[in-house]
Design a protein around this ligand. Structure first.
Ligand SMILES: [Zn+2]
Length: 490
């Protein structure tokens, strides 16, 4: 292809242009035949979303992805560009990337008539053929389809309906490529009708003038399922014209969630030695899982996978900050670092009335605590922790500041009888680094606190649990009791 420089060369090469949906289909078929990965980096959709996506492409459909925020919808659409040919020949300088073998616009047709086989050929890369637009209510027909320029028409002595008078919008500029519109129902009804007309008839009315545009575009959309209903803001004829409707979803297991977060979060930092314990990953992931089930959080908005991703980044940063301060060689996040990552959590929760009343901070802390309790149970269910609880019941107290050095913290933790040997359960022993040992032991304490077996205040001082506080009341009742029973005898 490199040798093709003119229209004559192109004709001689036997090159045959295809409609874009056919091209994407052909390339997908080839990938299926060779067993190549279809959508690398899209995790947890292999048996649900991907087969439906493949069918839509094989069917040469325009399609829509329906799903809540943070379900990799945009990512999937962008990945479609990889199914385009590496490059295609175009008439150079044409705003709508005309095919030199079948030009749409009058100026390209005129050029080819003039220059013939000597017309130079341009090449368009696949990444230049993907156009994305976030729909908002203020998007106009002019933005989307284009506008006619009456002055230009008058100067050239042209009819207004001639496409030469057109100032092209996003859709014509996506000709011979993929046009993705995110949050489709947010487009004004009028614009949806305009899109429909382009799809159906290849023509559109602009300022009362009919403009013909036989575009070749694959249209793909995303929407929140709530908005994509007859009651919602979508116009039925357009909905009817979209070939496939594919539902996305959140990761179905904690393991899948961890895989996505591990892939997406920024963890490799300036060569710092970072060890993220598995239980920290699990707690972070379960915050999102718990939030998706919590009544205090709006189900229609969902809880994005960006929540665990940003949380992980903040957790690592908090651990990094501690390590820098104490010149520690290894960065090992702790559960305390998750509480410090609250700023990465609160903004991603859309609260219901009850949640609003309690405040985002409160809801965030509760979610972390629930996530810790579940993760703790995963490792320590049925393990005897009586000795540790007793140490606190007998008045023991320990502060686990998230800024304290591992060496100092480890020294205090060792005073708690029965604690350090429990960390074996999560694969940490006395030969591991102080950083790892402290993190593991703190996880045990946080687990006991999450289950209300021991208490902890805002200064991160662990102490006896609430039942210990109630004990004096009980003994007070016990003192009263004989007095009451004695009374009838008086
Ligand atoms: Zn053209």
């Amino acid at each position: 292809m490199a040798a093709i420089e003119t229209l004559g060369d192109l004709r001689q090469s036997g090159y045959r242009s295809r409609p874009v949906k056919q091209e994407i289909r052909d390339n997908l078929v080839r990938k299926l035949q060779t067993g190549e990965a279809l959508f690398p980096g899209i995790i947890g959709y292999d048996e649900t979303v991907v087969p439906q996506l493949v069918n839509a492409v094989l069917s040469r459909h325009n399609f829509i992805l329906l799903g809540l925020r943070g379900q990799a919808k945009s990512r999937i659409l962008r990945a479609l560009a990889d199914l385009l040919d590496e490059r295609i020949p175009v008439v150079p300088g044409c705003e709508i990337h005309d095919d030199p073998l079948a030009p749409l616009c009058a100026s390209c047709r005129a050029r080819i008539a003039m220059e013939g086989d000597a017309l130079p050929i341009g090449w368009l890369r696949r990444d230049q053929r993907y156009v994305e637009k976030l729909a908002t209510p203020d998007v106009t027909i002019a933005d989307m389809v284009g506008d006619i320029d009456p002055i230009k028409a008058a100067e050239a002595g042209l009819n207004l309906s001639d496409e030469l008078t057109m100032h092209y919008g996003l859709l014509p500029r996506a000709n011979r490529g993929i046009f993705a519109i995110n949050e489709l129902p947010d487009l004004a009804g009028k614009i949806q009708v305009g899109l429909f007309n382009i799809l159906q008839e290849g023509d559109v009315q602009i300022k009362g003038y009919p403009i013909r545009l036989k575009l070749d575009v694959m249209l793909v959309f995303t929407a929140n399922p709530e908005d994509y209903t007859a009651r919602g803001k979508i116009i039925t004829p357009l909905k009817d014209r979209i070939g496939s409707e594919i539902r996305t979803h959140y990761p179905s297991t904690v393991e899948e969630g961890i895989a996505i977060t591990t892939q997406e979060a920024w963890t490799k930092r300036d060569g710092t030695k970072l060890q993220i314990p598995k239980y920290v990953q699990e707690v972070i992931e379960r915050i999102a899982f718990s939030a998706r089930e919590d009544k205090k959080i709006d189900k229609r908005s969902g809880v994005s996978q960006r929540l665990p991703i940003s949380t992980m980044e903040n957790v690592i940063s908090n651990a990094e900050r501690r390590a820098i301060r104490h010149q520690e060689k290894v960065v090992v996040p702790r559960i305390g670092d998750i509480y410090a990552a609250l700023p990465a959590i609160t903004g991603k929760l859309e609260l219901e009335y009850e949640g609003e009343m309690k405040g985002a901070d409160y809801v965030g802390r509760e979610l972390i605590r629930t996530a810790i309790a579940k993760t703790y149970d995963n490792y320590f269910k049925g393990v005897d922790i009586q000795q540790i609880v007793q140490w606190f019941d007998l008045g023991g107290e320990i502060q686990m500041a998230d800024t304290a050095s591992a060496v100092d913290s480890l020294q205090s933790l060792r005073n708690i009888q029965g604690l350090m040997e429990k960390t074996i359960k999560i694969g940490v022993g006395p030969k591991d680094s102080p950083e790892s040992q402290v993190s593991a032991a703190e996880f045990v304490l946080e687990g006991l606190h999450a289950h209300k077996r021991i208490g902890r205040n805002e200064e991160r001082v662990f102490s006896a649990g609430e039942k210990q506080v109630k004990k004096p009341e009980k003994s007070f009742e016990a003192e009263e009791h004989p007095f009451r029973t004695r009374r009838p005898f008086n």
